[in-house]
Design a protein around this ligand. Structure first.
Ligand SMILES: [Zn+2]
Length: 316
């Protein structure tokens, strides 16, 4: 997948090219049902403060976007596939800044190279961004992507992503989302810093000990006086809006996440759901552990996750 082809030629890769990935349509919520959801009325304010190109060990390049916001002090991220997915707050002109400043914080079009001196124009690739008289980026389809886009909302999981944990499937789902977005050429993983369903790493480790003592993941959280799921997705909604990803295909098995990401006013529209089938259910790859079976069965039985294959759970 070359980096810049999508900016010049719109991506023609269809879902059919991705083999066994099936999308599912979304049940419709009425305005009344939506208004009763436990979601904030007003979205957090987010601002993308830096973006950089990251070549990856897996092949496709990504553009890592770092966000600040007005509700917590954490550095939430957007891992963006496609140079032409653009953050409104990153590209917006700031007072007294130079073209060099803009390139330094990542507000450039095309590709940087030694000696380049304009952020808004890439002479080699013949790309130029346009701005209105307030300094806001004009979303021109020749330089800025705005078609329905594959999205995954991922909550940080140190154990699953870094410490090779087989207690959960976070690392596998993260890798799988990246693999698919890399193939498509466009996509976004919103990476939220809410470790352990929002309870933090220390409390998550205690929950693991309670699980080893016989509790399931929901019971363990409740025993520690935490909600079964303390996560919030309104930051993800705000980040997607900032990136102009208003219509998305959401990779999830969690039905509650669909409305949560759309937000109370349906700022974002989930047009399809892409199920995340554990790799171990469809191939010899994937996570195999006693713990993952319990974890997945709790997600299905206790948290309403939409996974169809019945689990064979030993010793239950
Ligand atoms: Zn995890």
């Amino acid at each position: 997948m070359t980096l810049l082809s999508p900016a010049v030629t719109p991506s023609m890769i269809s879902m059919e090219n991705l083999g066994d990935i099936k999308s599912e349509s979304i049940p419709h919520l009425s305005a009344d049902q939506r208004s009763k959801l436990p979601l904030p009325d007003i979205l957090p304010v987010v601002k993308c403060i830096a973006r950089a190109r990251i070549p990856t060990t897996q092949g496709p390049e990504i553009f890592l976007h770092l966000y600040e916001n007005n509700i917590d002090q954490k550095e939430h991220l957007a891992i963006v596939f496609g140079e032409d997915i653009r953050s409104k707050t990153l590209f917006r002109f700031r007072e007294d800044e130079t073209q060099q400043d803009r390139m330094t914080r990542g507000a450039y079009v095309g590709k940087l190279y030694p000696g380049r001196n304009t952020a808004d124009k890439d002479d080699r690739l013949k790309l130029e961004l346009k701005f209105d008289n307030k300094g806001e980026l004009i979303r021109d389809p020749s330089t800025t992507y705005s078609k329905p886009t594959m999205v995954r909302i991922h909550s940080e999981c140190y154990t699953g992503e870094t410490a090779w944990s087989a207690r959960c499937d976070c690392g596998e789902q993260f890798d799988e989302a990246g693999r698919i977005m890399g193939q498509l050429g466009h996509g976004c993983i919103v990476y939220l810093r809410q470790e352990g369903r929002g309870i933090g790493l220390g409390e998550k480790l205690k929950a693991y000990n309670l699980q080893d003592l016989g509790a399931d993941t929901v019971q363990a959280n409740l025993m520690l006086r935490h909600p079964a799921d303390g996560r919030s997705f309104s930051l993800a909604t705000a980040i997607l809006e900032d990136l102009g990803l208003l219509e998305i295909q959401l990779m999830t098995n969690n039905p509650d996440k669909i409305a949560a990401v759309e937000g109370k006013n349906q700022t974002i529209k989930v047009i399809e759901r892409i199920p995340m089938i554990p790799l171990a259910w469809k191939s010899d790859d994937g996570i195999k552990s006693k713990e993952i079976e319990g974890y997945l069965s709790t997600k299905i039985e206790r948290m309403g996750h939409l996974l169809e294959k019945p689990l064979q759970i030993s010793g239950r």
